[in-house]
Design a protein around this ligand. Structure first.
Ligand SMILES: [Fe+2]
Length: 263
């Protein structure tokens, strides 16, 4: 039997703006994304990785403008066909559909995905709620997820969702978390093939294991928030991305960041 492996790149919280020089909390989000994409390319070459999928887990734009989504499409370049997207609170589903009709479902309301890679199942959930900062998956999408998990019970699985389904021990971020996290985790508990849940939204790296499921969050490609603060404090940690290495029924994951300019 040939050993199947794959590498998955997760990018999150890009917060792109139509103005190329626009700055969010002292970070030019467009230049920062360009730098992170370059680092991911260099890393994939030096480590001989060929990303099977590039998963972008929400807050693709900050200003929710057509031009900003078009800039993202351009910046993804050769990687575009292997990208899968889910929205965050800062996103507009209609514009995502307009700019990425080849990457997202054209029917139904939600923008989610369920794909296979090296025998693994990768499921992306849409937690966007119009006009709100918090997230919700909703009953019908939870049923869809349970159906996918039932259909692919033999495949080890990782779930992706913008809003983390756990506390990240920062009061201000926990207030704008995933409202139906308990319903999600209840379903996950009954499907032992789910190994991990990876989120964005909190602009920091965080990890906790609940009932053998490793729940992680991934740094933004732009602005970073300092962990374990009760109010928003920006962090000087550099932007970055997360990689999942999938092999047989096991995986490893790591966060990689841009070099720290202060070091
Ligand atoms: Fe964000």
């Amino acid at each position: 039997m040939t050993r199947m492996t794959a590498d998955i790149l997760q990018l999150t919280d890009l917060h792109l703006m139509a103005d190329p020089n626009a700055v969010l909390r002292d970070v030019c989000t467009r230049q920062s994304l360009i730098d992170v994409l370059q680092l991911a390319k260099t890393h994939s070459q030096t480590e001989s990785l060929d990303f099977d999928y590039v998963l972008i887990t929400g807050d693709l734009t900050h200003d929710e403008r057509f031009e900003s989504y078009e800039v993202l499409r351009e910046l993804l370049g050769d990687w575009l066909p292997r990208c899968r997207l889910i929205p965050g609170n800062h996103d507009d589903r209609a514009l995502i559909r307009q700019v990425f009709p080849d990457l997202v479902p054209t029917d139904g309301e939600l923008i989610n995905f369920s794909v296979e890679s090296a025998g693994w199942r990768l499921i992306g959930l849409d937690s966007h709620v119009d006009g709100e900062v918090f997230g919700r998956i909703g009953e019908s999408q939870l049923r869809w997820m349970a159906d996918e998990l039932t259909k692919h019970a033999a495949q080890p699985t990782i779930l992706f969702v913008h809003h983390p389904p756990v506390s990240v021990e920062s009061a201000w971020l926990d207030r704008i978390g995933l409202q139906d996290a308990d319903a999600l985790l209840d379903i996950v508990r009954s499907f032992p093939q789910v190994h991990s849940i990876s989120a964005g939204h909190v602009h920091q790296e965080f990890a906790v294991t609940i009932d053998r499921v490793e729940i992680v969050t991934t740094p933004s490609t732009g602005v970073q928030f300092r962990p374990r603060e009760d109010e928003m404090v920006c962090d000087t940690m550099p932007p970055g991305f997360r990689i999942f290495h999938l092999a047989d029924s096991d995986y490893t994951t790591q966060v990689i960041r841009l070099p720290d300019p202060t070091e």
